[in-house]
Design a binder for this molecule. Structure first.
Ligand code: SAM
Length: 202
């Protein structure tokens, strides 16, 4: 049920424009965390050589099969929960994560694993909704957070992707924030962050 709901929510032309932006600049072997129904595949630029999908939901993976079959880039399912990745250190050129750091059980562990499997010159590309800087919106995000978790498969409204990425040992090289266009009531769900980050040298 939840994969169908998230697919329906996230498969629209507005979000597709954001997907094209977060995928710009990806190249080589990409690991995608929270692959979902494969909605980013159509936006991968030509220099991407392969995608390893990390996705725990069999239903989401099944729903992705149409996009996987249509993809120019070979896609393999390379794991379930991104808190513990099977890939060796320094293996991938890029990690892509969209609308999933809100949902994973332990975002710090996921980002630490992302940093471990990235090559030193690799990049993390992220597009996430999260904690707003506006006090009134934040108040609602805290109030609605546990209900959101129950109806949306563990999704949190109160996580800040850029802060989590920096705490996990990355340096942000690009970051932008905006509200998805819509009525003010949608703002607790609509504060987005799009960024690119590089591993900080140890
Ligand atoms: C809101 S959906 C986003 C799907 C897709 N990234 C997109 O942008 O359409 C969140 C996805 O994260 C997956 N997920 C949940 N926990 C996860 C974990 N621990 N590791 C990897 N993926 C996880 C869910 O199964 C779901 O497919």
């Amino acid at each position: 049920m939840v994969p169908r709901l998230t697919h329906a929510t996230l498969d629209n032309p507005e979000v597709a424009r954001y997907r094209a932006r977060v995928c710009a600049g990806l190249s080589g072997d990409v690991l995608e965390i929270g692959f979902g129904s494969g909605l980013n595949l159509a936006h991968l630029p030509d220099p991407v050589r392969s995608v390893t999908a990390v996705e725990p939901s069999d239903l989401a993976w099944e729903m992705a099969q149409h996009a996987v079959a249509a993809s120019r880039v070979p896609v393999t399912r390379g794991g379930l929960e991104a808190e513990s990745l099977a890939q060796p250190d320094d293996r991938v050129d890029a990690v892509l994560v969209t609308f999933s750091l809100c949902t994973v059980r332990d975002p710090a562990a996921v980002l630490s694993e992302a940093r471990r499997v990235l090559r030193p010159a690799g990049r993390l590309h992220f597009l996430e909704h999260g904690l707003s800087p506006d006090e009134g919106v934040r108040r609602w995000q805290h109030r609605l957070n546990s209900l959101q978790g129950r109806v949306a498969g563990g999704c949190h409204l109160t996580r800040s992707a850029p802060a989590l990425v920096e705490s996990a040992g990355f340096e942000l090289t690009e970051v932008e924030h905006w509200y998805v266009p819509g009525p003010a009531v949608s703002r607790p769900w609509g504060y987005l962050s799009l960024g690119v980050a590089q591993p900080r040298p140890a």
